[in-house]
Design a protein around this ligand. Structure first.
Ligand code: ADP
Ligand code: MG
Length: 192
């Protein structure tokens, strides 16, 4: 049994997709145990995307470089560097602006394999590469090219914890223990 955090980013909220997104997790059998709408402060955003998580920023840089290679784009021309960590650091500044740019909807979902299941339903980070049927694949065509040309974060509608370890760090950042509910879904008798 796992718990995982999702945050519908400001583009998802202003496009009126909150219900559509939540219903997909509910239909998959995942149990929503916490939820709220809020404006994220820069301080909170900075904790959610911590500057010292080197592997996160290098990973984002590498994912970006792979996509640039596939699209035959020049990282030096678009971003001024082809160093993965430096690209990650540039993206972090845009991400802090993005997540704090309007109200977000945060929730915790619980279930067997919840972290992996939610990531699968969300789809690939880059909407251009995410499969149809996924949230990002169905509702966004944003790409590293469009985003980076505009010096902004990729508008991919949703954040979801990437690993169980990430979920365990993120959930207490967004919800106090009293905000997380315990109940049984009626369909738990069938699958659990
Ligand atoms: P995910 O959200 O799928 O876990 P990451 O943790 O790798 O993806 O990246 C965090 C967020 O950073 C992404 O959801 C996206 O909004 C943004 N992002 C990633 N790469 C880029 C990029 N090259 N340019 C702009 N924004 C990016
Ligand atoms: Mg991530």
């Amino acid at each position: 049994m796992e718990q995982t955090l999702i945050v519908i980013k400001p583009d998802g909220v202003v496009r009126g997709l909150t219900g559509e997104i939540i219903t997909r997790f509910e239909k998959a059998g995942l149990k929503m145990v916490a939820a709220k709408m809020l404006m994220v402060t820069k301080e909170h955003a900075s904790k959610h995307y911590p500057a010292d998580r080197e592997e996160l920023w290098t990973g984002i840089g590498n994912k970006t470089l792979d996509n640039y290679k596939a699209l035959e784009l020049d990282a030096i021309k678009l971003l001024g560097t082809d160093d993965p960590k430096k690209i990650g650091d540039i993206v972090r500044v845009w991400l802090l602006d993005y997540i704090a740019s309007g109200p977000v909807y945060a929730a915790v979902f619980e279930g067997p394999h919840a972290v992996e299941l939610i990531r699968k339903i969300c789809g690939h980070t880059l909407p251009l590469l995410s499969a149809p049927g996924t949230i990002r694949g169905d509702y966004s065509f944003d790409s590293a090219y469009l985003a980076n040309k505009g010096q902004r974060a990729i508008k991919n509608l949703i954040h979801a914890s990437g690993t169980l370890e990430e979920a365990k760090y993120e959930i207490p950042l967004w919800f106090g223990p009293k905000e997380i509910q315990k109940y049984k879904r009626t369909d738990e008798n069938i699958m659990a």
